[in-house]
Design a protein around this ligand. Sequence first.
Ligand SMILES: *[C@@H]1O[C@H](CO)[C@@H](O)[C@H](O)[C@H]1NC(C)=O
Ligand SMILES: *[C@@H]1O[C@H](CO)[C@@H](O)[C@H](O)[C@H]1NC(C)=O
Ligand SMILES: *[C@@H]1O[C@H](CO)[C@@H](O)[C@H](O)[C@H]1NC(C)=O
Length: 457
Amino acid sequence: MKQLLVMLVNHILLASVAFRVVQCLPTVSGTDGDRTLSSSIKASSTSSQHVCPSHARPKAVSQARAQSAPHDGVLRGVNIGAWLVLEKWLVPSIFEGTGAKDQCSFDQLPNSLARLEKHWASWFTQQDVEKLASYGFNALRIPIGYWAYDTFDSPYKSGADAWLERALDWAADANMKVLIDLHGAPGSQNAFDNSGCIGVVDWQRPVNLERTSAILHTMARKYGQQRYQNVVMGIQLINEPISWGANDFEKTRSWAKNITQDLLASRVIENPNLKLVMHDAFRDVQEWLEPHRSLNGNATEAKNALFGLDTHLYQVFVPEDKNLIQQQHIEKACRWREKLQAAKKANFPIYVGEWSVATDICVWPDNSTTPGTTCTAVGCQCQSAPVSDWSTALVKEARKFVEAQLDTWHTASDGYFLWNFKADLGAAGPWSLYESIEKGIVPNPIWDRAYPDICSS
Ligand SMILES: *[C@@H]1O[C@H](CO)[C@@H](O)[C@H](O)[C@H]1NC(C)=O
Ligand SMILES: *[C@@H]1O[C@H](CO)[C@@H](O)[C@H](O)[C@H]1NC(C)=O
Ligand SMILES: *[C@@H]1O[C@H](CO)[C@@H](O)[C@H](O)[C@H]1NC(C)=O
């Protein structure tokens, strides 16, 4: 889905850049140390300065109050995207001056392996793991492409698995769990850039399904080892296989059931708690209850069930969502609780493997919001502006949406993973957790609330 964002961003970027030139927004530094957001809102009425353009950032971001992490067993996670599987919209810098548009074209460039090694060594490091842990996160979802394990004579370069294994050690040191996610499958399961190759979906050709299963056997043998028992909580079988075009949902579901059964029966997995997590293929939880019952058998609690479901909950890609104002986005995030509870009630582990801050709205100076199709209107601030330049009103509206989502995930899921931990500075608006945390859009620590119980008010 995320490649659609590129179009979206391109579409509204021009308008917002023009807007920033004509009207600069107040930027404030919250200093009273309790809640970044509320303090900055308070400050804005008294001591805001117009900095134009502003790269000033609020400093007060890390005053965790004397409040501890909830002990609810829910994984509070972040995606480590654009690291082992490139996505140009998140990391345009590595593509600069090349004609490449995705991983498979990048890997055909001269010296691509050396460039990849440089990226792997710098984009995500042990310091990032420590930083994420300091924000209160206790889990990482790490996407990797099949080509790390077998290139099957494709143009892809191998080597990413060694970095994933370093990350497992960093995560273990920080007491964090990892969901290892097969993000790109042979043949491409969705033709999105994040599957490795933009273009054709050919995943369900028998040879590609077999190759995917073989890769998963390799991954299960490696990451299901006892030595990773305390860090690798699960392996995701595949990310976002579409259920239209060249893919048939029945086949996807049947494959997922078969590979899960095979892996559980094969005895290659030493870790008795390792989950095998399937993306919902953009279909309802109800359509996965049969495989759940047959694979999880008599599990009476989600924690004893080894087959789990991953769902991606965004509100920024389809026309239906693009027409909402922010209050409607918030209400929709609150209603997601029911969708997730359908799985919870059945003791079916469910993870929100991807979600984000982004909605396609703009915010007027009187704090009202309109759908982003009005982003060309002068004076209405869109999310495509660099996060450091967001108005207080926009920060506030985005923060409410984030907290509504977090409350929903906390009450109704087994874990959630924000997309994405970072992007090139300013490249992807609020899709960079680092920028959103720094601006007070995402709570720090993640369980802090500026709008407590927003779903019941
Ligand atoms: C899964 O296994 C069943 C039973 O062996 C078989 O009939 C079905 O074709 C398999 N599904 C796929 C997608 O290979
Ligand atoms: C569920 O439990 C019953 C009774 O203990 C047992 O006979 C049955 O085989 C179990 N089913 C599965 C799928 O494990
Ligand atoms: C808009 O929100 C800001 C920040 O919360 C607040 O200071 C301001 O009074 C609001 N403006 C209106 C017109 O409600």
